[in-house]
Structure formats: structure tokens, C-alpha cells
Design a binder for this molecule. Structure first.
Ligand code: FAD
Length: 498
């Protein structure tokens, strides 16, 4: 797993079963939650045989691709795993004919990725045909392109321009709980196609391939900016700077700006609070890009120039814009090739609607600067222009302008009690985010594994329909994941029905 805490297992008495990377702790290596046996699948046939085997023997089944899941949903203590990582075929179709569609309904340059393909492979393939594909932004492009990312929704810095991952899927193939291989799109198996786009990974069957639409390769302008103050609480100027960012966020995403605001909040800053932005906008002129972002840079520069009366003056680098030949070019130059692996991490997050940002910008800014690490412009714009019921994804995404996210971390060897205390503090911070827009929701793939009302938070009004589709295709509940559809019908280990 990307986060080794999801390879550990904690017994009710607080004993942790694990195989720590830090061998100097002298703790014997134990199995924890790592699956005990499984299939390294190479073909659809392998997956069909493995699914039938798991069903026949009533095994606790885990489906694993990259192991990036933030809830540890791709392993489980004592489980049999089907591993898709080596299913790496990528096919660029000059003209893609949707199954069961009229022959004149074709899509130029659609890209089919098999279950184990990762974003770096998909980006390279799209770029080789001078196309852009909407995908995850991660060190080394390591997130899977056809596993959990699309199953949970799939956000990107390109989302405000081209929509979410699920908005770009044309067709999928999959193996169901009884081993049947089928195709799903808007015409064949449309119910499954609806559920697979945002209704959660590891829940309806095993996806074996996804065909995405791609977009023309266009130039991209990147904007970078950082600002901070040596103060243990947000200063007046920092708060004003972030409040203004919140106020203009819906306009930025409407214009097509997307990307990441990384915050060092007050509780983490150890005497400093700061934030920086890494945003992009595709296919606009310098003049158009500047018209939307430069007034903000000027606003913050003026605030900084007048911040000497604050507890600490605000300083930073107030604007840096650069043109790239494409999203892929930006991605290759900006995102690290490696990183982020091997640290214990648990998340909390909440989607903030544009009405919340417009109605309470200062409240949002205060909460963000005091509690979280990420204020991501990976919603809004094109994602909000899609019919909320067009796919199974939580309708909260269609009203959201921003995905806010925080986390907690700990060293290996930390006791269960200490981890629970960190978790409780994270839950308190997350409750502050939730209170800003209780009617909204959270992103299934990057959230707390302890959401108090996971059905509402992750699926909203789509839950009952998703549950009915699952019942039709997986009546015995072979596929089950933490806080996924039907998980409340099982105990906390997901081994026994309640
Ligand atoms: C470093 C990092 C960066 C990230 N960046 C982004 C980002 O930019 N945008 C974003 O939206 N998310 C991002 N995420 C979150 C990411 O979308 C989720 O972690 C996602 O679940 C990963 O999917 P995976 O298939 O790679 O991982 P896995 O852990 O292997 O699988 C995740 C879930 O999907 C299920 N699954 C996997 N393959 C299949 C399949 N073929 N059929 C059915 N179910 C399957 C698994 O059972 C599990 O429940 C990031 C995560 C990390 C760790």
C-alpha cells in the first residue's frame, strides 16, 4: 500500500499487527492487513477464474491495482486479492465506435486503458497522438487510470475545463460477481455504467478496461504564487489574502483555472502560516489568463506592502506565470517524479459548494488557514455544468467549487491510543469543514474512513439507486469496501453480515 498504515491491523485491545519498514524498532514482521494469497491477473480470463474461485469458496475478496487507496480498500486482513497491476495495454483509437451505437456515432482519438495502466502511461500515450487526457496529478503519475480513480470520480487540474474523470468515460468492460464479462456504456448495461462512474471502487465487479475521450493538445499557462507570515495564527493580511482567494474561486474555475493551493495551517506551522498556489489554465491567451489572475496577485502585493502593522509582515513571491506547450509539458516540468510513498497518512476532507464560498468567504478562509493542508481547485467550471444525475458520482460534486483536504500522520511504532488521539483531532478539524456546508459531501477517494454518515457524505441522493444496482449484479456481496455501498450491512471488519 502507498500508506503502510493500511497494511497494519489493530485488534480491539489496541495491539497492532504489522510489518514495519523501520526495522530498528525490533518489532517482529507480521501479516497485518496484507492479503494472504491471491492472483496476479494478466488477462480477463484470469480475473473471471479468480472471481469464480473467490465466490465458490466464500473468500473475503480484495481488488488491488496500485494500492493507493486512502482507506486501505485494496487489501484486507485474511483476504484473497485479485491484483490488476500487470494489465498494462493502452490503445489509441483514431476513431472509436461505441458498442451498440449507430455506426455514425464515433469518437476521434479515444484511449482505452487496461485495469493496471497508471496515469504516466496514459499521459504519454495521449501526448504521442497530440492529445490531452483528464487524469490524476500525482508524483510519478502513479495513480491507476482504470481502478479507484474513475470509480470514485477522478479529479484533475483539468477538471474545471474538461470535467471530472467520470465525465470523460465513453465505455468500460468488466467482470461481474458471477464471472460474466460485459461491456457497459450509455446503451448497453447503462445501469452499471452509471454506477461505475463514481459509485465506488471494489463494489460492483472488476473493471478490466476503460475507454476515455481525449481532447486536443493545447498550450497551458501555469501560475505559481506563495505567501506567508511568521506568526502562530493567520495575520490580518494573510486572512484577507485567503478570503479574497475564496471569494474569486468560483470565477477562477468558471474561467478554467484548476490546480492546487497547499496550505501550512496554524496548527502545523510551528510559528508560521503560509499558502502557495500551483494553478493552470488551458488554451487561453496571456491577456485572458492575466485578466482573471493578475488582479488577485496585485491585491495580495498591495496587502503585503501594507502589512507592517500585523503581528508579522506578510512576505512571499507574488506571481510567476509561465507558458507550457501542453498539460503534459506542465505536468512533466512541475510534478515530482517520485515521492509520497511509505508515510502513514489518514485524511479528512469536504467539498465546499460555490454558494458557501460566495456567502461566507472569510469563514471559509479562517477555517482553512486554521485546519487543512489542501484547498484544491479541482471542481467547478465544466464539472458543474454536467447533469448531477448523469453518473453515479455524489451530486455534491456538481455544486462544489473546491475540494478541501487535510490529514494526520504518525511514526511507525506509535501506539493505538496515540493514533486514536491524532485521529480524534483530525475528526475535530474535519467537523469544522463539514459545518461550513453540512448539506455537501466528501470525495470518496480522499476522505476520512470515519465519516459519521458515509452514505450522505460519499453518495448523497444517489445511494439508494447505487444499492439497487449492486444488489442486481452482486447479490451475495462478494465485493465490499470500507464506507462503500452496502458496507453498513456488515461488521467493521467487513467479514460478517450484521
Ligand atoms: C499520491 C496520490 C495522489 C493522488 N492524486 C489524486 C488526484 O490527482 N486525483 C484524484 O481524484 N485522486 C487522487 N488520489 C486518490 C486516488 O484517486 C485513490 O487513491 C484511488 O482509489 C486510487 O486508485 P488505484 O486503483 O490507483 O488504487 P488501489 O488502492 O489499488 O484501488 C483503489 C480502490 O479501487 C478498487 N479497484 C482498483 N482497481 C479496480 C478495478 N479494476 N475494478 C474495480 N475496483 C478496483 C480497489 O478495490 C480499491 O477499493 C491520489 C492518491 C494518492 C495516493
Amino acid at each position: 500500500m502507498q500508506e503502510p498504515n493500511f497494511e497494519t491491523f489493530t485488534f480491539p485491545n489496541g495491539t497492532i499487527d504489522a510489518c514495519y519498514l523501520n526495522v530498528t524498532l525490533g518489532v517482529p514482521c507480521r501479516q497485518g492487513s496484507v492479503s494472504v494469497i491471491g492472483v496476479d491477473a494478466r488477462t480477463v480470463n484470469d480475473i473471471q477464474a479468480a472471481v469464480k474461485f473467490a465466490a465458490e469458496h466464500n473468500l473475503r475478496l480484495a481488488v488491488k491495482n496500485t494500492g493507493h487507496d486512502f482507506f486501505g480498500r485494496s487489501d484486507a486482513r485474511g483476504s484473497f486479492v485479485i491484483w490488476t497491476h500487470h494489465m498494462k495495454n493502452v490503445t489509441m483509437h483514431q476513431s472509436f465506435q461505441l458498442t451498440a451505437a449507430p455506426s455514425n456515432e464515433t469518437y476521434d482519438f479515444a484511449l482505452t486503458v487496461e485495469a493496471g495502466v497508471q496515469w504516466h502511461d496514459a499521459y504519454s500515450a495521449a501526448d504521442a497522438s497530440e492529445r490531452t487526457i483528464v487524469g490524476g496529478v500525482t508524483a510519478g503519475g502513479s495513480v491507476g487510470a482504470a481502478g479507484g480513480w474513475p470509480a470514485g470520480g477522478g479529479h484533475s487540474a483539468l477538471t474545471p475545463t474538461f470535467g471530472l474523470g467520470v465525465d470523460n468515460i465513453l465505455e468500460m468492460t468488466m467482470v461481474t460477481a458471477n464471472g460474466t464479462f460485459l461491456t457497459a456504456n450509455t446503451r448497453v448495461n447503462p445501469d452499471l455504467f452509471w454506477a461505475l462512474r463514481g459509485g465506488g471502487g471494489g463494489t460492483y465487479g472488476i473493471v478490466t478496461s476503460i475507454t476515455y475521450r481525449t481532447h486536443p493538445r493545447v498550450p497551458v499557462i501555469g501560475a505559481f504564487f506563495s505567501v506567508g507570515a511568521n506568526a502562530s495564527q493567520p495575520t490580518a493580511s494573510l486572512l484577507a489574502a485567503f478570503t479574497e482567494l475564496v471569494r474569486i474561486t468560483p470565477n477562477l474555475t468558471d474561467a478554467g483555472w484548476g490546480g492546487y493551493t497547499d496550505v501550512v495551517p496554524a496548527f502545523l506551522g510551528a510559528g508560521a502560516v503560509s499558502f502557495d498556489i500551483t494553478y493552470i489554465i488551458p488554451n487561453v491567451s496571456w491577456a485572458a489568463a492575466n485578466a482573471t489572475i493578475q488582479p488577485y496577485f496585485d491585491f495580495v502585493s498591495a496587502l503585503a506592502a501594507n502589512s507592517s502593522g500585523d503581528a508579522a509582515p506578510m512576505a512571499g513571491s507574488f506571481a510567476f506565470t509561465k507558458q507550457y506547450t501542453s498539460f503534459f509539458d506542465w505536468y512533466m516540468q512541475t510534478i515530482d517524479e517520485t515521492g509520497g510513498v511509505g508515510a502513514n497518512l489518514e485524511l479528512g476532507s469536504w467539498l465546499l459548494p460555490r454558494t458557501t464560498l460566495e456567502g461566507n468567504p472569510q469563514g471559509v478562509a479562517e477555517t482553512v488557514l486554521e485546519t487543512i493542508a489542501g484547498y484544491y481547485l479541482v471542481a467547478g467550471g465544466a464539472a458543474s455544468r454536467v447533469d448531477p444525475d448523469a453518473a453515479g458520482i455524489n451530486p455534491a460534486w456538481r455544486k462544489a467549487a473546491v475540494h478541501t483536504i487535510g490529514g494526520t500522520t504518525w511514526a511507525e511504532g506509535t501506539t493505538a491510543n496515540e493514533i486514536n488521539a491524532l485521529r480524534a483531532a483530525l475528526n475535530d478539524r474535519n467537523a469544522r469543514l463539514r459545518a461550513l456546508a453540512p448539506e455537501s459531501g466528501a470525495y470518496f477517494n480522499e476522505a476520512s474512513p470515519f465519516e459519521p454518515d458515509f452514505k450522505q457524505a460519499f453518495f448523497g441522493s444517489h445511494y439508494d439507486r447505487l444499492r439497487a444496482i449492486k444488489k442486481a449484479y452482486d447479490p451475495q456481496v462478494l465485493f465490499i469496501v470500507t464506507e462503500g455501498v452496502a458496507s453498513d450491512e456488515w461488521d467493521s471488519t467487513l467479514n460478517c453480515r450484521v
